[in-house]
Design a protein around this ligand. Structure first.
Ligand SMILES: NC(=O)c1ccc[n+]([C@@H]2O[C@H](COP(=O)([O-])OP(=O)(O)OC[C@H]3O[C@@H](n4cnc5c(N)ncnc54)[C@H](O)[C@@H]3O)[C@@H](O)[C@H]2O)c1
Length: 304
């Protein structure tokens, strides 16, 4: 299959590219390299450095003629979205609209779109199922929620096949530390460098941590299954940030204490996902347990 991956030079996108490549697909990556890195990609993968909002994006898609467009490119920084909701919506909403519009114009059969648990806001029922009410607490969650609604509209109005994947907290190799880094990457870098890791809030807030290779696998299955479906991609395991800290501390042999800072705006208190729908319809299950994923990450570190 010919597949175009937006944001493919980023953390999750590059793992999706790897999974697609291993499965024998032909890939083109479009990434503006605001956070992406060429080194994240196998050298043979063609990369077009371009913003998804660029009118020339259409020509790139027309020339490649993909069957599937996998859309990972996004402004991913929740705190930045709070400060500048316009820029967040410009990339995550208008950028996605351009991607969807071009997909329809060029005759792409299916889009696979990266969404987030941020669409749920502070949930009231656990584990959170896909039909839980959407009440985002941040402009990032709002732009992802609106993006999802547009994806569905393009499906209904233009016959575009779609799959929406709502990721939990993704962690694993190549996660950047700069900007809105995942908490796993931040803890790892701080402990490695002998600095005090920062915990926002009291550390009792919980998250559903899912390994990036499991996320890539869900994107692989979404090539052929799950049309018209929205799927939580997590583990169903609820882990507090403090517990994560303790597990990583043990693995790293780190003896220091964390610094506690005020919670960040848009942060939620509790999150754990039901992944039953993905299991039933995508035939996807998370395979990498948190202990295993963390141990592998720690094992791969170059320590000073
Ligand atoms: N990391 C997580 O825990 C997480 C959780 C939920 C959802 N997501 C979603 O998964 C997707 C991938 O996130 P990630 O963690 O790999 O982030 P990332 O920043 O590593 O990857 C995003 C990529 O998109 C590129 N990009 C950003 N704006 C662009 C633009 N306007 N035009 C072209 N390229 C652009 C960046 O350069 C980067 O390579 C995003 O849609 C994000 O919202 C991530």
């Amino acid at each position: 299959m010919r597949i175009l991956v937006t944001g493919g030079a980023g953390f999750i996108g590059s793992h999706i590219v790897e999974a697609y490549l291993q499965a024998g697909h032909e890939i083109l990556v479009v990434d503006n390299m605001s956070r992406g890195r060429r080194e994240n990609l196998p050298p043979e993968i063609p990369l077009v450095v371009m913003d998804i909002r660029d009118p020339a994006f259409r020509q790139v898609v027309e020339a490649f003629r993909p069957e599937v467009l996998n859309h990972q490119a996004a402004q991913i920084d929740v705190a930045a979205a709070v400060v500048d909701p316009l820029e967040d919506a410009s990339v995550n909403l208008l950028g996605t609209l351009n991607v969807l519009q071009v997909a329809v114009q060029v005759g792409v059969r299916r889009v696979i779109v990266a969404s987030s648990v941020a669409v749920y806001g502070e949930p009231e029922r656990f584990p959170v199922t896909e039909d839980h009410p959407l009440r985002p607490l941040s402009p990032y969650g709002l732009s992802k929620m609106a993006m999802e609604a547009y994806v569905r509209w393009f499906g209904t109005s233009h016959g575009l096949e779609w799959v929406i994947l709502r990721y939990g907290n993704v962690y694993g190799p190549r996660q950047p530390v700069a900007g809105e880094a995942g908490v796993v990457a931040r803890f790892l870098a701080a402990m490695r460098d002998g600095k005090r890791p920062v915990i926002y809030g009291d550390g009792a807030q919980t998250r559903d941590f899912v390994h990036v290779r499991d996320v890539a696998c869900a994107n692989l299955l979404a090539l052929t299954q799950g049309a018209g479906g929205i799927y939580n991609i997590g583990t169903g395991q609820e882990v507090s940030v403090r517990e994560l800290y303790e597990r990583m501390r043990a693995l790293m042999g780190y003896s220091g204490e964390p610094d506690y800072c005020p919670p960040r705006p848009g942060d939620i208190r509790r999150m754990v996902l039901s992944v039953e729908r993905a299991a039933a319809e995508l035939r996807w299950r998370p395979r990498i347990a948190l202990e295993e994923g963390l141990a592998a990450l720690v094992g791969s570190l170059d320590r000073p």
